[in-house]
Design a binder for this molecule. Structure first.
Ligand SMILES: NC(=O)c1ccc[n+]([C@@H]2O[C@H](COP(=O)([O-])OP(=O)(O)OC[C@H]3O[C@@H](n4cnc5c(N)ncnc54)[C@H](OP(=O)(O)O)[C@@H]3O)[C@@H](O)[C@H]2O)c1
Length: 315
């Protein structure tokens, strides 16, 4: 399946959920999935942004089937409530894209539950959310969990004794890289556990390359980049792309019948832009010993235990 064929993929009758779909790459993943005829659930922190994103998708695709779910990954009670609410209106879930993310912070900040903000949102929030919506995925034949990684995860090393960057000095980009590596290690470990359990659910990974709002097409009534931002971004288009194109890897991991669990998809050109292709992970991403420990530490930190991944219950 080539990317220009994506809009022709028919996924009517399926339901997909995309975290962080009120802006950026997540918005475009949701828009592209909606164009397949699927029901797409957008997660949002604020009702206003959810409304804008829905209007923008319907502006270009009036027949889009959309719902929204309130979700703040930096608040584990919101994560629990969102999973509970989802179960009241969705009876199937064919795929979830764990896309939302906070980028590098200047200073150390914390989530509502007292975890370091970037690790707590990107990894712990998604770890807990995916565990709590897993029963819906398990009840849907051949469903997929797609985790949004980053090329930055390639340059990171995980320190299991300081996952929350408590030791001074706080380094924002190093913390961000580690959070993406933690998500990546989690997604590969989830794939191994699902296979061991002979589950029909798959865990795949995607990364968007380098993506900038200022290189993305306008989506009224969503906010647009200023002319100055667009002009500044132009030279970067040599190595970066718009967030519409950055969405392709995740959309492909969700939809492509040839894609399967344990694969990592990313842009073809310098891992930074272009059509998606399958990539080889680094050794750190697939380290089983670290993954086992990270899983346990994540369950301890969130107080959320993953259900058994073995028995295949299907709709
Ligand atoms: N852009 C890149 O070059 C790049 C490169 C590698 C990987 N990535 C990854 O790609 C993903 C999307 O990046 P992006 O550039 O599209 O970022 P973005 O434009 O900043 O969008 C991030 C999205 O995540 C949501 N979000 C942030 N904190 C949240 C929370 N506590 N709970 C729920 N949702 C939350 C935001 O919601 P609001 O709209 O409410 O703020 C927004 O929808 C991230 O996982 C990022 O790590 C991006």
């Amino acid at each position: 399946m080539r990317r220009h064929e994506l809009p022709r993929t028919h996924a009517a009758g399926r339901t997909y959920l995309v975290t962080g779909s009120t802006s950026g790459i997540g918005y475009f993943i949701a828009e592209q999935l909606a164009r397949t005829g699927a029901h797409v659930i957008l997660t949002a922190r604020t009702a206003g942004k959810a409304e804008l994103a829905q209007r923008a998708i319907r502006h270009s695709w009036p027949q889009a089937q959309l719902s929204t779910l309130s979700l703040d990954l930096a608040d584990l009670s919101s994560v629990r409530a969102a999973a509970g609410h989802l179960a009241t209106f969705a009876d199937r879930l064919d795929g979830v894209v764990l896309n939302a993310g906070v980028l590098a912070q200047q200073t150390r900040r914390e989530t509502v539950d007292g975890h370091e903000l970037v690790y707590g949102t990107n990894h712990l929030g998604h770890f807990a959310f995916a565990a709590q919506i897993y029963p819906l995925l398990q009840n849907t034949l051949d469903s997929r969990i797609v985790t949004m990684s980053s090329y930055a995860a390639r340059w990171a090393t995980l320190d299991l004794t300081d996952l929350e960057s408590s030791r001074a000095p706080y380094r924002g980009f190093a913390t961000y890289k580690r959070s993406k590596l933690a998500q990546t290690i989690f997604a590969f470990e989830l794939d191994r556990r699902l296979r061991r359990g002979q589950s029909s659910v798959s865990s795949l990974l995607a990364h968007p390359g380098g993506a900038l709002d200022a290189l993305s097409p306008k989506r009224p009534p969503m906010p647009v980049a200023t002319t100055a931002q667009v002009l500044r971004a132009r030279p970067l288009s040599l190595i970066a792309q718009g967030k519409d194109k950055a969405a392709w890897s995740a959309v492909r991991a969700v939809l492509d019948p040839q894609a399967h669990g344990g694969q990592l998809w990313g842009p073809r050109f310098l891992r930074s832009k272009g059509e998606p292709r399958q990539e080889r992970p680094t050794a750190a991403m697939t380290d089983r010993v670290v993954a086992e420990q990270l899983w346990q530490l994540s369950e301890d930190a969130t107080g959320v235990k993953w259900p058994s991944l073995s028995q295949p219950r299907r709709l």
